[in-house]
Write a protein that binds this ligand. Sequence first.
Ligand code: LLP
Length: 420
Amino acid sequence: MKNHNFKFKNNLLFVENISVPSIIEKLGTPLYIYSKKAILEAWDSYYQAIKNRNCLVCYGMKANSNLAVLKEFSKLGSGFDIVSGGELERVLAIKADPKKVVFSGVGKQSWEIEKAIKAGIKCFNVESEAELHNISRIAKHFGLVAPISLRVNPDVDANTHPYISTGLKENKFGISINTAFDCYQVASKLPNIDIVGIDCHIGSQLTEIKPFIDSLEKIILLINKINTYGIQIKHIDIGGGIGIQYKEESCISPKELIDKVFDKLEDNNLEHLQVILEPGRSLIGNAGILVTKVQYLKESEDRNFAIVDAAMNDLIRPALYHSYHEIVTVVERNVAKKEYDVVGPICESSDWLAKNRLLNELQEGELLAIESIGAYCMTMASNYNTRGRAAEIMVDKSDYYIIKRRETIDDLLRLESTIS
Ligand code: LLP
């Protein structure tokens, strides 16, 4: 298993001290199961790396924004990277400190900006000059000052899937490194704007350190340039992006990245800057499994299909990015291996969770655990084919807590009405 808090004991898969079949017997499938200990350990890998250096982790909550997950991170001292008014409401709902919130995103709407200014967030990561003017206008209207940093697009290849690469000049994100200096000058003259930082985020699921360092070097040059113009910033935000192991990828550790960043800042006499990190996936990705049941087995001339009760609406990553998630049978049996396409019941050929996957020979009714689903799975789930979204639970040693109940069909129909 990708995380040691999910392991087999006497041929049964356990999450911490609880066996998966005993949970499923009560709660059914599909079910997202998170391990609290896995979350704490992932956090610790950042905390230990930071030591006593001036560094704030703002968890990128788009990875997994369940309130219980957010509460755990908040208790640990985390801030949050948000991208919508809805995500801000989540921060406020768990009574986390808005002063540890950074607000990213290319399309912040006026109501979201107003809400964030009034809540007193740490910083807007501004992604265009047009947005900058809007923030200034809104702050002025309410007689408040908006703290901002510019999200700079350094034009660096993150070497990740094109859909999750964000730091290339053809991407919609950030302000081009070539025009950012001009934009800082504009910001310095706008009313009700306080320039506090600089920001960049080049992509997600990065497995090499080089793109981080390449973009950091470009950002440092820019910091020096704005300094000579008299603009003093307080922090540098290097975004999220550290990848996790889905298959056999070798991964960067938070320590490797954090040490390198602080070294670079020291080399450039910038050690007075606070470092902000926005990790999402690396804090939660391998802290969860999705348990699903084999509904039917079907053999065509070409394939063996295992049709399961989870689908692309629960886990869209394979359909969207052709991503790989490890799958294991929850009960280990001593049987031959066989190759399967693991597919859901949705009426789309893209509704697959694994292709040509060698698994223990399956039986109908058998439980499967899909790994590495803590990040970007429930948050990207949908109701396609009028399927209620699955429940989420958090295991804490020998207890578990339902942190989101299963959606019922009534939940889905409640918002709709006919016209007569
Ligand atoms: N900060 C910003 C501004 C971001 O856009 C993101 C992710 C993060 C932080 C967190 O990045 P992480 O540490 O998780 O790599 N749905 C895709 C991933 C999209 C990432 C979007 N931005 C997937 O399932 O792989």
